[in-house]
Write a protein that binds this ligand. Structure first.
Ligand code: ACO
Length: 329
C-alpha cells in the first residue's frame, strides 16, 4: 500500500518566517575589537557579517516576529496553532519557558508549549518532536521556532568565538497532511564531548563559574570542526538509507550555518552542487538554533525551494548533539 492510500498522518510545512535584528556587525568592525582580520574570518568560516540584537531586544521578541510571519505565510490564524515548541539556548528567563512567553504574546491559550535545548541542533530536535506530536494525532498544527540572542553568551574579547555567532529567529508551521511532508527525522547526542563546546556556568552551579569569569561560550574549534564533518557525513547516509533513497533524490540541502567549509564537505558527500545548498552563513553567521529555519525561510521565499521538492536539513552543536530531517516541501 502506498503512503497516499494508507491512513497514516504526516506533517507538512505550511509556512515559514524569519527575523534578524537591525544592527549588523561586520568583520571590519570586529578587526577593531579583537586581534583578527576580515581575511581570516572569511577564509576560515565564510562569514562576512552577523546581526546583533539591540539592548532592549530579547529572544522572545525575535521569536514573535518570525512566528507571526510563519503563521501568516501559512494562511492561518494564531488560533489555529495547537502546539508550540521553541528551540533556544538563550531563553529570556530561567522560567517560564520562552514557548510559554511566546504563547502569551500570540494570544494563544491552553495548547502545550515548551522549550527544547540542543544548542545548534535545537531546531532539528524541536522539529522532530513536533513531527511526532502530529504523526501520533496529538496535534494538528504546530509552531516550531528556533530563536537565539547568542551575542549575550559571547565573550567579545575572545577571538576564537566572537567572530562566529549572531542573533536571529526562524519559525516553521507544520500541519497534519495525508502524504509526506516529513519522511523521517534522526536525532543523536553524546554528552562525553560536553567540554569541547560549552558555557561552563548555568543556574545550579552558577556562582563558581561566574566568579572565574567563565559565563561565556568556550570552544575547541578544530576538534568541533572535525567531529562535525565526520558525524554529519554519517547522518547523511543514515537519513538516505532510512528512506531507501539515494543522493540523487535530494533536491536541496538546508544545513546548520556554522562554517562554510563544514557545509562544503556535506554538500560534497551528497554530490550536490553548491547552487543546491541554501547558504546564509555569509550574511548571518552562526545563529545556533535559528540558523536552519532562517535558511529554510530564505530558500522558500526567494523561490529556490519549490513545492514537491525533497529537502534535507542537518545540524551539529554543543552536547555534542546532531540531527537531520528529510522532507518533501
Ligand atoms: N582571527 C585570527 N586568528 C584566529 C581567530 C580569529 N578570529 N580565531 C582563532 N584564531 C587562531 C587561533 O588562535 C589559532 O592560532 P594558533 O595556531 O597560533 O594557536 C589558529 O587561528 C587556528 O587556526 P586553524 O587551525 O586554521 O583554525 P580552523 O581551521 O580550525 O578554524 C574555526 C577555526 C573557524 C573556529 C573552525 O575550527 C570551526 O568552524 N569550528 C567549528 C565551529 C562549529 O561548527 N561549531 C558548532 C556549532 S556551534 C554550537 O553548537 C554553539
Amino acid at each position: 500500500m502506498s503512503n497516499r492510500e494508507s491512513n497514516t498522518v504526516y506533517s507538512r510545512i505550511a509556512g515559514t518566517g524569519g527575523y534578524l535584528p537591525e544592527r549588523i556587525l561586520t568583520n571590519q568592525e570586529l578587526e577593531a575589537m579583537v586581534d583578527t582580520s576580515d581575511e581570516w574570518i572569511t577564509s576560515r568560516t565564510g562569514i562576512q557579517q552577523r546581526h546583533i540584537a539591540a539592548d532592549n531586544e530579547f529572544t522572545l521578541d525575535l521569536a514573535e516576529h518570525a512566528s507571526r510571519q510563519a503563521i501568516s505565510n501559512a494562511g492561518l490564524q494564531t488560533s489555529d496553532i495547537d502546539l508550540i515548541v521553541v528551540a533556544t539556548t538563550t531563553p529570556d528567563q530561567v522560567f517560564p519557558s520562552t514557548a510559554c512567553l511566546l504563547q502569551s504574546r500570540l494570544d494563544i491559550h491552553g495548547c502545550p508549549a515548551f522549550d527544547v535545548q540542543a544548542v545548534c541542533t535545537g531546531f532539528v530536535y524541536a522539529f522532530s518532536v513536533a513531527d511526532k506530536f502530529i504523526r501520533t494525532g496529538t496535534s494538528r498544527c504546530a509552531l516550531v521556532v528556533g530563536a537565539e540572542t547568542f551575542s549575550r553568551i559571547i565573550d567579545w574579547t575572545d577571538r576564537n568565538t566572537c567572530v562566529l555567532f549572531g542573533d536571529g529567529a526562524g519559525a516553521v508551521v507544520i500541519q497534519a497532511h495525508d502524504a509526506p511532508g516529513v519522511y523521517s527525522t534522526h536525532l543523536h547526542a553524546d554528552g562525553d564531548y560536553a567540554s569541547l563546546l560549552h558555557v561552563p556556568s548555568g543556574v545550579s552551579n552558577n556562582l563558581a563559574a561566574v566568579q572565574e569569569g567563565r559565563a561565556y561560550v568556550e570552544m575547541s574549534g578544530t576538534e568541533v570542526f572535525k567531529m562535525a564533518v565526520n558525524t554529519l557525513g554519517r547522518i547523511v547516509d543514515e537519513t538516505l538509507e532510512a528512506n531507501q533513497m539515494t543522493r540523487d533524490d535530494v533536491d536541496w540541502l538546508v544545513p546548520h550555518q556554522a562554517n562554510l567549509r563544514i557545509i562544503n564537505a556535506i554538500a560534497k558527500k551528497l554530490n550536490l552542487p553548491m547552487e543546491k545548498v541554501i547558504l546564509t552563513v555569509a550574511q548571518q553567521g552562526n545563529t545556533s538554533a535559528a540558523s536552519i529555519p532562517l535558511a529554510l525561510h530564505e530558500g522558500i521565499t526567494n523561490g529556490n525551494i519549490q513545492r514537491g521538492e525533497t529537502v534535507m536539513i542537518e545540524g551539529f552543536g554543543g552536547g555534542f548533539t546532531w540531527g537531520s530531517a528529510l522532507l518533501r516541501y
